[in-house]
Write a protein that binds this ligand. Sequence first.
Ligand SMILES: NC(=O)c1ccc[n+]([C@@H]2O[C@H](COP(=O)([O-])OP(=O)(O)OC[C@H]3O[C@@H](n4cnc5c(N)ncnc54)[C@H](O)[C@@H]3O)[C@@H](O)[C@H]2O)c1
Length: 353
Amino acid sequence: MPRKEMVLITGGAGFIGSHTADALKKRGFRVRILDSLAPPVHNGKWPNYVRGKGFELICGDVRNRKDWEKALRGVNYVYHLAAYQDQRPDFSKFFHTNTVGTALLYEVIVEKKLPVKKIVTASTQFVYGDGMYRCPHNGRLFFPELRSERQFKSKKFDILCPHGRPAEFTPFKEEQQLTPTNSYGLSKEAIENLSLRFGKTYGIPTTLLRYSIVQGPRQSPRNLYSGALRIFVTQALAENPITVYEDGNELRDFVNIKDVVAANLLVLKNKKTDFQIYNVGGGKAYRVLDFAKLVQKMTGTTSMIKIGGFRRTDTRNAVSDVSKLKKLGWRPKFTTTDSVADYVGWYKENFLK
Ligand SMILES: NC(=O)c1ccc[n+]([C@@H]2O[C@H](COP(=O)([O-])OP(=O)(O)OC[C@H]3O[C@@H](n4cnc5c(N)ncnc54)[C@H](O)[C@@H]3O)[C@@H](O)[C@H]2O)c1
């Protein structure tokens, strides 16, 4: 019988990586995970949802060449998901972990002439920053600068056109100019560039997936970057106010983890996806206030919604156009209601018992 193919997942102890590992195992792959088990989420321990499942577990760091050499031995495919995330001011750590870590992946493969058939790397909607808007005055498209402190303080949250009028947001498309607003987005833009360049130059098929906000079980409450679902649900279940920034009219798109795993698996062996970038989103724009109301309703909380406050590097609207991925036959099948229900169930089971 031929030996099963081996997939390496970096960051496989995390949210997206662990679900991807389960799905790959079901499809008959051998799975190896490289993860640094960094605090505050793991604190050096493998989470119970990856233990005892027959995965090969390597505790190591993508910033360390020796760990890559060990992890890449005998590997046919790589999902590169390990990353430093958030909007923190330690700018250089984003580039060390995300960008240098990814460069090392290609460096080791090229140097050791490893027969890796495909690399699928996680990018993010954050590479678009605020994206592209249309001026209502003359219809011209433009890429706005970050909103000023003054604008936030005067509670005029909409992106304004050069004529000072609220401009129209256009959903993110893969081919548009990128204007990331923080170190996380900048480091991921650099990953995209180097992955495509080295992949093409050295003949290593590579696909980049720009995930929108991914939702589902295993998003650790200790992970401060896990977004509105974690924040709103933990606030609601503790009967604390649900805090919504700005005026609550900002738009987001949320995608269920099962749809993300389906996208991850779809691109693995599809040659059409080599050297391509795809948005992976929920296909629907949600007002953050409506999302908070959904959490309020589904948790049955008595918590009120408290609107106010802002973070200067937040984008006003972030919604991805997923038509390119849909052309491959993929569709978002699960709703935001499904994601909230799954997350609340998992949270109660693991943290409130
Ligand atoms: N979850 C989302 O909404 C979302 C959205 C867009 C992009 N992404 C991207 O998807 C990928 C996976 O995200 P996630 O939500 O599963 O995150 P996660 O935090 O749950 O998992 C990331 C894992 O990477 C590990 N890790 C961190 N630094 C490491 C290092 N230096 N070496 C080895 N391992 C390290 C962590 O220990 C963690 O287990 C990331 O690249 C992230 O940027 C996620």
